[in-house]
Design a binder for this molecule. Structure first.
Ligand code: HEM
Length: 238
């Protein structure tokens, strides 16, 4: 039986697999979807930009259709990865996000630990900040989906006017809050010196093992323990 497991390679510069193809695909489908929604949404929201777009043939209606189509990709894409990709790994990630221990609570009590080398309580596959980030992004995606659907159907008179107006307001508030959250996420992922080494994980799938051991020690030990156990049982760990 072939078991797919993250691998630690031998040697001082050993790397460890953090995200497989399905996990990376899910991340990029959702995040590119979000960025395209933000872009098309900005054109819909600011009239001068909308007029500039109309000048090059992208009318308000075209932009709205593009926005709705991108919204489908943003919400439906990850679902398709879950249905057609490596569901087991996505389920494992969902489980990791759902399990909270004392170290996670301690992490949240001193959230700046992640940006200062060496002072954060030991973390698992995702640190408590990442867990909160993911839960909030998940909730905001749901909020965008529901409010977007109500707004999209505003001409059909299915929904009362008050609900439509409430949805417009909530959609706008969610945009501001989610953009701030994503901006913080991109800063930590791509720029901050102590967290930036994890960036390769979302592109190549692999991160430096020493970095992972420092930032996600419980996860590295768990992975390598699993690998040992699988080898001991004679499984093909590929
Ligand atoms: C634009 C919308 C984006 C959304 C909604 C999004 C969402 C997420 C979520 C929910 C996670 C899992 C947990 C976490 O790290 O918080 C994640 C992981 C990650 N994202 Fe993003 N992301 C976005 C954009 C980006 C961009 C542009 C980059 C790179 C510049 C990036 C780099 C990463 C990295 C490196 C990880 C893995 C961190 C780790 O090792 O655990 N993300 N993203």
């Amino acid at each position: 039986m072939a078991i797919s497991r993250p691998q630690a390679q031998a040697g001082p510069s050993a790397r460890i697999e953090r995200f497989n193809f399905t996990e990376r695909g899910t991340h990029w489908t959702h995040s590119i979807g979000f960025l395209l929604l933000l872009l098309t949404g900005i054109f819909l929201y600011f009239p001068p930009l909308g007029q500039a777009a109309a000048g090059v043939g992208l009318s308000h209606l075209t932009m709205l259709n593009l926005h709705v189509l991108t919204g489908t990709f943003y919400l439906g894409g990850p679902l398709l990865w879950w249905l057609l990709g490596n569901r087991r790994s996505l389920n494992r990630d969902l489980e990791a996000l759902d399990v909270w221990d004392d170290d996670d609570i301690a992490f949240l009590k001193s959230p700046l630990g992640v940006v200062k080398e060496g002072v954060a309580p030991p973390q698992g596959r995702f640190n408590a900040g990442q867990k909160v980030n993911t839960i909030l992004l998940f909730a905001s995606a749901l909020g965008f989906g529901v409010t977007g659907l109500i707004m999209w159907q505003s001409n059909t008179h299915i929904f009362p006017q008050q609900l439509i107006q409430g949805s417009v307001n909530l959609h706008d508030i969610l945009t501001i809050l989610t953009t701030a959250l994503v901006a913080g996420h991109i800063y930590l992922a791509a720029l901050h010196p102590t967290t930036r080494p994890g960036l390769s994980g979302i592109f190549s799938g692999y991160v430096d093992r020493a970095w992972a051991l420092h930032h996600h020690p419980k996860w590295v030990k768990e992975q390598e323990g699993d690998e040992e156990a699988a080898r001991g049982a004679g499984a093909d760990v590929t």
